[in-house]
Design a protein around this ligand. Sequence first.
Ligand code: ZN
Length: 437
Amino acid sequence: MFIYNSLTNKKEEFIPINKNKITMYVCGPTVYNYVHIGNMRPVITFDMVYKYFKYLGYDVTYASNFTDINYKITKAAIDNNVTEREIANKYIEAYLEDLTSYNCADIDYRPRVIDNLDNIFNFISKLIEKDYAYVVDGDVYFRVKKIKDYGILSNQNIEELESGARVEVDKKKEDALDFALWRSSSEGEVFDSPWGKGIPGWHTECVVMIDGIFNGKIDIHGGGIDLQFPHHENEIAQSMALHNHHLANYWMHNGHINVDGQKMSKSLNNFILARDFIKNYSSNVIKISMFKTHYRLPLNFTSDLLNEAINIDDKIRNVIKSANVYRNVNNLEFNANIKDDIFEKYMNDDFNTPNVISYLLELVKKLNELIRKNDNNLIDVASKILVICDVLGLKYNVDKWHKDDILLYNNWIDARNNKDFDKADLLRKKLIDKNIL
Ligand SMILES: [Zn+2]
């Protein structure tokens, strides 16, 4: 399969470090408020990536962190007159609730900064020992210029970066490009470190967590495009300093979300909270809206797109419902292990989900025809749709009926065939109430 690698700026054949295993890490949220649907794009994208690798039969380990120590959390704590831990715990819980309701909570590790402080101290100490970092007044900074290929990920050279960085001159730093690994602070919740009280810089935690969980280079590091610089560039710089590798072989970045042409952001106040969206629409709808655009491209969220996604979701739901009736009445089973070459061809081309959505609609059409013909092949086509939807994280109800329900259904068909319409209507209503029809 081929994946676009931001590190090399090209689509590359994907070869995992260990033949049957895949390791992946995606930067998680800073937990000081509820997430909006723009924040859900990396979550939904990498959930699809994770599920697809599992479909292919890989043993995948997926980790994503919580940034639960950060000045934004301190500010929220002060504003609300509570502790930083209360803010962090509240929004971690809310985030996990959101992920559960969006059917993308399945992951292997969710490390928190608060549990990794000693590892962070060790990591920073090693950088100081190797002369890649220096201490000034209780702050610790990273010496960017010691990294020869700094800028590799974001495609910038050090001179350009330098002239851009000079605008914000910090006299403490040796060089404008240097970034903080540890910041001295006395405001709010602070931690004792070898360099005094303060909080860790954001760019270190992910490298430390990857070291702790995976003990070396990983296959895939992902995140939103806005994290490419400086966050991911700085993660790479620290990894180069200590391990002499780029932390991950493949760096994947998803595009941001626009609302009617404008970037969705908290400052523009044009965002929809993930938990509010789901009150009116199913998570399938937002996923279909997202997957209709390739993950690397910016996504323009409009009411037309939303309506189109609702329409596609309805089409899939209706056809799956009918197929499930056929399966139950005929005592058949869907095949959860069925494979589909066309689906794989699209997914193996850097997760081309827009093509997958078009292909799903072709399968839906085909399934409708087979249902009309009462053709047993419909079970295979329905199974393929269900397997593809599963990888995309789309959920449809395929409950196995109780035998009483099968009886009820058969009675309805009999009543209809006998032209006993009053009885048929009554039974039909019962079946609808049970969500069978
Ligand atoms: Zn990160």
